[in-house]
Write a protein that binds this ligand. Structure first.
Ligand code: ZN
Length: 577
C-alpha cells in the first residue's frame, strides 16, 4: 500500500496492490473487503447497535449519531481491477461486495489493484483522531482489508464494534505524512536513517527532509493486520533485548506519563521473555507499545493503549495487549466466532505473566473465576459459542469472553493436571501458529497431551450455560469406617478431587474421574496422597464412598480445595467436624 495522509483535513488517499492466493479447494466467484471506517457515521449498524443495546458501552453511547461531516469516518474504493480487468463492486456500509470478472481457481493467485480514499473519524472506539489524551492518529482498521475465506466460507461480518478476523499476508506499506510526525506500530521500518525520529542507527546523522513530508516505509511479514499511531508530540524510546527483539515505546511526555513510561522499559522486555518461555517463542523482531486509542487494543507486533495511568495499570494493560500477540496475533482464531479463545486465553496468560513479574503467589486467575461466577448467577449468561456480535448484552459478552474463557484453561489444569495443560499450551502454539485454530483443534491437542477424552468438557463449558455444583451431602460413622456421600446438583459433570484432613493434621485424597474421560489425571505435585481412585459415572446424581478410617479421626472433608473447579456454589463443598 502507498498512502498519503493530510494532517490538516484528516483525509488520506492510497493505492493497494493485493496478491491474493486461494488456498482453499473452492472456486471463488466473489470476494469481500472490510471498510471499517464507514461504521463511524450516524445511522450505521454500529451507531444503532451502540444506542439500542441494553447496556451501552459508555465509550460509544450515542456519540456516533452526533458526528459532523468532518468528524465522521469513511473509507471508499475509488477503483478496483483484477489482473488488470475492471471489477464490479458495491459498498454496503462496512463491507465492499465484489463480483469477480473471472473466478479464482483453487491454488491460484490473482492481483487486485485498488485506489481508495478515507477520512479518519474523531476517535470514538479504538481507532480515530484526536483521542481524549490528545493523540492525533490511532490508525487501526483504516485500510480496505480483504475478508477471510476459510473452511467455514466467507467471514464478511458488518462492523458493529467488536472483534476482528483477517488473512495472513506480507505487508509492504509506505505512508507519506507531515515530517514532524512520529510513527509507530506494525512492521519493520526500512528507511530508519532517512526518517530518524529515534529509529536511526546509533551515530547516524539524519539528513534534513527536502519537502514538508516524509515517506515511512514499513514491511511486516506474516501478519493479518497493520496498525500505526502518529503524533508530532510522541517521545520514542527503544530497548534492545538480548534475543534480538526491539521494544519501542511511543508516548506524549508529561506529568501523567513520563515517569511510568520510563519504568515500563523494564517491564515490556520482561513480559516478552516470560510469555515466550511459557506460551511459545514470540516470532517477530519488534513489539511497539503506542499511546493512543481508548483503553487497550491489540494489533500485529503492537498495541494502542491509553497512557495516563498509574504504573500497575500501565503494566497491566501492556501485559494484556502483549499477551494477545500469541492468541490474536499468531494463533489468530476467528475472534468473532470464538472471542473467548482470544480474550479469555489472553486474560489467562496475562494473569500468569503479571504474577510472575510481580512475584505474587496467589491464584493468578482468581479475578476471572469471580467474573465467571457473577455471570453464571446473573441470569444473563449466553453460551460461549455465541458469535461476539450477537450476544444480547455487553456484559454477557465480556464476562463470557474474558472471564469464562480464562476459566476454561485454568480449570483444564484441574481436569487433566497442570503439567499436561502447560505442555499442551506450548504444543497448541507450535502446532497451530499462523493457522487459525478453532476450539476442536485446541481440545484435540489437550486430549493428545493428557490421554484424556475432553469432548464433554468442550460441549458443556463452551456450548451450554450449564453450571457446576457439587456438594457433600453426608459424612457418617459406619462401624469402624466412615461413609461419605457426595451429590451432583449442577447440570455439568466434573471429575472430583476429594481431600480428607485428619485431626492429626495429615491429608489424603480420593479421586473420582468421569467414566467418559477414559483416563485419569496423574497425581499432581504438592497435592495430598491419593489413596483411592473410583470413577463416578455422570448419570449418577450421588456417590457414596467408604473410608476405612474411624469417623472420629476426621477433621474435615472438602471437594477441590485448590478451587480450580468452577463450582458456582462453594458453600456446600466442605464439611468440618
Ligand atoms: Zn484483550
Amino acid at each position: 500500500m502507498d498512502v498519503q495522509m493530510d494532517v490538516k483535513t484528516n483525509q488520506y488517499t492510497g493505492t493497494q496492490e493485493l496478491v491474493y492466493t486461494n488456498n482453499s479447494p473452492d472456486t471463488l466467484t466473489r470476494v469481500f473487503y472490510h471498510l471499517y471506517y464507514n461504521a463511524f457515521q450516524p445511522g450505521s449498524m454500529m451507531d444503532v447497535r451502540s444506542r439500542t443495546i441494553a447496556d451501552p458501552d459508555r465509550r460509544v453511547g450515542d456519540r456516533i449519531s452526533k458526528l459532523k461531516s468532518d468528524e465522521i469516518g469513511y473509507l471508499h474504493a475509488k477503483s478496483l481491477t483484477m489482473n488488470g480487468k475492471p471489477v464490479q463492486f458495491k459498498e454496503v456500509e462496512t463491507i465492499l461486495e465484489v463480483t469477480l470478472p473471472e473466478p479464482i481457481l483453487p491454488n491460484t493467485s490473482t492481483t487486485f489493484q485498488m485506489e481508495f480514499e478515507g477520512q479518519v473519524p474523531l476517535q470514538i472506539r479504538r481507532s480515530g483522531r484526536d483521542s481524549e489524551e490528545g493523540v492525533r492518529y490511532s490508525m487501526s482498521q483504516w485500510y480496505p482489508k480483504m475478508a477471510n475465506y476459510d473452511e467455514q466460507g466467507w467471514h464478511a461480518n458488518p462492523y458493529i464494534g467488536r472483534e476482528f478476523y483477517g488473512i495472513w499476508g506480507d505487508f509492504d506499506v509506505k505512508i507519506t505524512i507531515d515530517k514532524t510526525y512520529v510513527l509507530g506500530g506494525t512492521g519493520y521500518l526500512q528507511n530508519p536513517n532517512e526518517i530518524g525520529h529515534g529509529y536511526e542507527d546509533e551515530g547516524v546523522k539524519v539528513p534534513e527532509p527536502k519537502g514538508n513530508t516524509l515517506t515511512w516505509h514499513f514491511v511486516a511479514p506474516q501478519v493479518h493486520d497493520f496498525m500505526w499511531g502518529a503524533d508530532y508530540k510522541y517521545k520514542h524510546d527503544k530497548v534492545q533485548m538480548d534475543n534480538g527483539i526491539t521494544v519501542h515505546h511511543f508516548y506524549i511526555p508529561g506529568p501523567k506519563t513520563t515517569e511510568n513510561w520510563e519504568k515500563l522499559k523494564e517491564y515490556t522486555p520482561k513480559a516478552i521473555s516470560y510469555m515466550s518461555q511459557r506460551f511459545g517463542q514470540y516470532p517477530y523482531k519488534q513489539f511497539s507499545v503506542v499511546q493512543g486509542g481508548d483503553g487497550g487494543m491489540e494489533y500485529a507486533m503492537s498495541t494502542l493503549i491509553t497512557g495516563e495511568r498509574n504504573l500497575a495499570s500501565l503494566v497491566g494493560v501492556m501485559v494484556h495487549e502483549l499477551a494477545h500477540s500469541w492468541f490474536h496475533g499468531v494463533l489468530a482464531s476467528n475472534e468473532s466466532l470464538y472471542p473467548w479463545m482470544d480474550e479469555g486465553f489472553t486474560s489467562y496468560a496475562s494473569g500468569w505473566t503479571m504474577s510472575n513479574i510481580f512475584q505474587e503467589n496467589a491464584n493468578p486467575n482468581r479475578g476471572s473465576y469471580s467474573g465467571y461466577y457473577r455471570l453464571a448467577l446473573s441470569g444473563l449468561e449466553e453460551p460461549m459459542s455465541t458469535h461476539s456480535d450477537h450476544y444480547h448484552t455487553n456484559q454477557a459478552y465480556s464476562s463470557a469472553a474474558y472471564s469464562k474463557g480464562a476459566v476454561f484453561l485454568a480449570q483444564l489444569g484441574y481436569v487433566i493436571g497442570e503439567e499436561a495443560r502447560d505442555r499442551g499450551m506450548l504444543r497448541y502454539f507450535n502446532t497451530w501458529k499462523f493457522k487459525h485454530p478453532n476450539v476442536n483443534d485446541l481440545v484435540r491437542i489437550m486430549e493428545k497431551e493428557s490421554g484424556i477424552e475432553l469432548d464433554w468438557y468442550k460441549e458443556y463449558f463452551v456450548s451450554t450455560t450449564k453450571t457446576i455444583d457439587y456438594g457433600i451431602k453426608e459424612v457418617m460413622a459406619s462401624g469402624d469406617n466412615t461413609e461419605i456421600t457426595l451429590e451432583r446438583i449442577g447440570l455439568m459433570p466434573m471429575p472430583i478431587d476429594l481431600v480428607i484432613t485428619y485431626k492429626d493434621g495429615s491429608q489424603e485424597s480420593i479421586y473420582m474421574p468421569l467414566v467418559i474421560m477414559r483416563g485419569e489425571k496423574p497425581q499432581e505435585k504438592g497435592t495430598p496422597v491419593r489413596i483411592h481412585t473410583d470413577p463416578w459415572p455422570w448419570t449418577n446424581l450421588s456417590k457414596t464412598l467408604v473410608l476405612t478410617k474411624p469417623f472420629g479421626s476426621i477433621k474435615s472433608v472438602e471437594i477441590d480445595p485448590s478451587k480450580r473447579m468452577a463450582d458456582v456454589h462453594q458453600e456446600n463443598n466442605k464439611k468440618e467436624f
